[in-house]
Design a protein around this ligand. Structure first.
Ligand code: PMV
Length: 325
């Protein structure tokens, strides 16, 4: 049967960087995020006995044999649950550039999970879809529930994400400022493994864990200043771990640093805007929708921007009717 799903990338306020179990993709710390309505993947999966092997392609992008293997491994997980041996054709597309620190593997594997499970007629609860997506790409578990998510570190059976608040709970914006669409130098799977070599690894895990209750509270109170301050604190701590891994991973470029400094300056001049950065040089600006025009106006003075994507909190991963083939 053929099914198509749409799933959204997330931006984490408290991030996931480092695993306590590599194979099961169990995180060292819980993380909290918001999904991004303009950064999504659409994936069509067709299981049929006319396919003699599995096919995977990503519209308008090259895929490596490593990526194809990762998709097939995930199809195997879902086939095992459904107890079928059918091969599949999978076609996916992203609304945003792959591998630039905007988490396309998260939305991609969440969409693949939802589409493949439905195509094999599996009726899985959101929790089980989240666990399954996690096994393919850790943060993909956060791309299953809607709006604002928490991923409890947990263990194999209880490490999954659920929604703390729906998408329409708070009109926060994530303005993603893209300086480059080039593929990042070190992928996140390798980066998670290297993070343990940083002398700051455990202290960042402790800080992130300690910040979880405050982040939950900031969301409950819609306390944007606290949420923004925590997001910057954990982003800088995560990048400190990345930069001090062995070998070091430096995802930032000069443009990243220039924009961080500008955000401090804009805040001093009265605009409540904060930054956070994933595994790449591009910068996510967090603001409330009332400040959108001011932030966009200030961005006019920033050089070398190739694209800006303005995101609101997104719905949960879901099936759609328009197939890609
Ligand atoms: O799920 P992965 O392996 O792509 O790791 C994502 C890690 C960060 O995006 C850097 C942080 C996060 O929590 O989203």
């Amino acid at each position: 049967m053929k099914k198509t799903a749409k799933a959204f990338a997330t931006i984490a306020f408290i991030k996931y960087w480092g695993k306590k179990n590599e194979a099961l993709r169990l995180p060292q710390n819980s993380s909290i995020s918001m999904s991004l309505d303009r950064c999504f993947s659409i994936t069509t999966v067709d299981f049929d006995n006319r396919y003699k092997k599995d096919y995977f392609s990503l519209e308008n992008e090259m895929v490596s044999s490593k990526e194809i293997d990762r998709v097939i491994k995930h199809l195997d997980r879902i086939r095992n649950i459904a107890k079928v041996k059918l091969c599949a054709k999978v076609v996916s597309k992203n609304s945003f550039p792959k591998s630039t620190g905007a988490a396309s593997s998260a939305s991609g594997f969440a969409a693949l999970t939802v589409a493949a499970a439905a195509a094999l007629n599996l009726k899985l609860a959101e929790k089980d879809l989240s666990i399954l997506a996690r096994l393919a790409s850790g943060s993909a578990c956060r791309s299953i529930p809607e709006g604002f998510q928490i991923w409890q570190a947990g263990n194999n059976n209880n490490s999954y994400a659920y929604s703390l608040h729906p998408a329409n709970y708070w009109d926060l914006l994530d303005i993603l400022v893209i300086f480059t669409k080039e593929i990042k130098p070190v992928g996140s799977t390798e980066g998670h493994a290297l993070s343990r070599k940083s002398p700051f690894y455990l202290s960042r895990i402790k800080q992130a864990t300690d910040l979880i209750p405050q982040t939950v509270k900031a969301l409950v109170n819609k306390d944007f200043a606290t949420l923004g301050q925590i997001s910057e604190q954990d982003c800088l701590a995560m990048h400190a771990v990345m930069m001090t891994s062995q070998p070091p991973i430096i995802y930032w470029t000069g443009y990243t640093v220039d924009l961080i400094r500008k955000v401090y300056f804009w805040r001093q001049s009265g605009i409540p805007v904060y930054f956070t950065i994933d595994a790449g040089p591009n910068v996510h600006l967090l603001c409330q929708s009332t400040d959108k025009e001011k932030v966009l106006n200030n961005l006019k003075s920033v050089k070398s921007i190739v694209d800006i994507i303005i995101n609101k909190p997104a719905p949960e991963a879901h099936l759609i009717n328009n197939h890609l083939f």
